[in-house]
Design a binder for this molecule. Structure first.
Ligand SMILES: Cc1ncc(COP(=O)(O)O)c(C=O)c1O
Length: 390
């Protein structure tokens, strides 16, 4: 049987163990501890801005961003539709109402024109949740201008885009609040975890307080608000500290993976890679995705099942939130009539493997399976090696 190729699985670099060992040696595996403090500092040092609260997941981070933004019952929050459910669910946790906003074609992210229409329709909206999908920064400048014009906070969901830059600055540093995810499939992982990024230490402290059951600073257990058990453990943070050392190398590898797909599938006119504007952004290339034109006889599912038959993991694009049964009653704002951009990308797209450990031989298997479906000549290993191992 062929070796299994994963979409994006954890890649341990070995240095994680020293931080975990230190926690064990000092009998400090919980609660919190030095690794947590350092990890918060190291992540925000990397970003060059903000204050971090290390939490048990990106979803928890988004929940606390929603709380800090003051979202409550009945408040409208404008949210990207083309994303994972975790971008929207925390709005609902606080009984807010997500209104979904369509994507644009240039980056697949929130369309500023659709956002403007949404803001005109809902001038009392309380926040915008903007996602940088698959590691590609969205149109930050246009979206920030709209948020400023309507005086509402931007919450950046940078769960998939840690290390990606927009106009030379890292995603996660633009919004009033931002979140990162260190889930197992993300560009770096702590096995599971996330971080809230705030503009002031007071806000990060407030998030830390909510994340530890909203315990008041008293000797006894005193609570004046509802809290959560959302903090990251000292062991988990140790993994993060080790992983952080590899972030730039992982981005470089994922960039090459994308280049392999780009160059070795470019003669198939029906295939297009997920786009980005290289003049203003540097994605982290977390996943390489393709869309397939209607004129082709090959459907996304044909690619997914052919890869699956050879032990290769791929995925459909996120199913947009506005067509999810759970959110079907929620409003959705798009520019033109007809099938939305988000749904069109979903209908035509596939996420291809972009695992950091992928080898030239693995990529040869993937590329030739796809080429074969489109009746194109197979390529040789050296053609992949020339790009991947350059
Ligand atoms: C866009 C997006 N937002 C939020 C999350 C939630 O992160 P976590 O899995 O760490 O809760 C994820 C990933 O899982 C994601 O892809």
């Amino acid at each position: 049987m062929n070796k299994k190729i994963f979409l994006s699985s954890p890649t341990i670099n070995g240095s994680e163990m020293q931080y975990i060992k230190e926690a064990f040696d000092t009998n400090w595996i919980a609660p919190l501890g030095k690794n947590v403090d350092r990890f918060e500092q190291e992540v925000t040092d990397y970003l060059g801005d903000g204050y971090g609260a290390a939490l048990c997941s990106g979803t928890a981070a988004l929940h606390l961003a929603i709380k800090l933004a003051g979202i409550g019952a009945g408040d409208i929050v404008l949210c990207s539709s083309l994303t994972f459910a975790a971008s929207a669910n925390p709005i609902t946790y606080e009984q807010g109402i997500p209104v979904f906003v369509d994507s644009e074609r240039d980056t697949w992210n929130m369309d500023p024109r659709a956002l403007e229409k949404a803001l005109q329709t809902y001038p009392n909206a309380k926040a915008v949740v903007m996602v940088h999908l698959y590691g590609t920064p969205g149109k930050v400048k246009e979206i920030m201008e709209l948020c400023n014009k309507y005086h509402i906070p931007l919450i950046e969901d940078a769960a998939e885009s840690f290390g990606a830059k927009y106009q030379g600055k890292y995603t996660g540093t633009f919004g009033r609040y931002a979140i990162l995810s260190f889930n197992g499939n993300k560009i770096i992982t702590t096995s599971g975890g996330g971080m809230l990024i705030t503009k002031t230490n007071e806000e990060a402290d407030r998030a830390r307080y909510f994340a530890t059951q909203a315990r008041m600073p008293e000797r006894h257990y005193e609570h004046t608000e509802i809290g959560y058990n959302y903090r990251m453990s000292n062991i988990v943070a140790g993994i993060g500290r080790g992983q952080l050392k590899s972030l730039n190398d992982f981005i470089e590898k994922k960039k090459r993976i994308r280049k392999v797909y780009k160059e070795l599938l470019q003669d198939i006119q029906s295939i297009h890679l997920n786009p980005y504007d290289e003049k203003i952004s540097e994605p982290n290339f977390w996943l390489s995705c393709i869309t397939i034109n209607d004129d082709s006889n090959v459907l996304p599912l044909d690619i997914i099942t052919s890869l699956e038959d050879d032990q290769i993991e791929s995925r459909p694009i996120w199913k947009p939130m506005h067509i999810q049964p759970v959110y079907k009653e929620n409003d959705f704002i798009q520019i033109a009539e007809g099938v939305s951009v988000a749904e069109d990308i979903y209908n035509h797209g596939v996420c291809l493997p972009a695992d950091v450990k992928i080898t030239a031989t693995d990529m040869l298997r993937i590329i030739n399976i796809i080429r074969n479906l489109f009746h194109k000549k197979s390529i040789s290993l050296s053609m992949v090696e020339r790009i991947l191992d350059a």
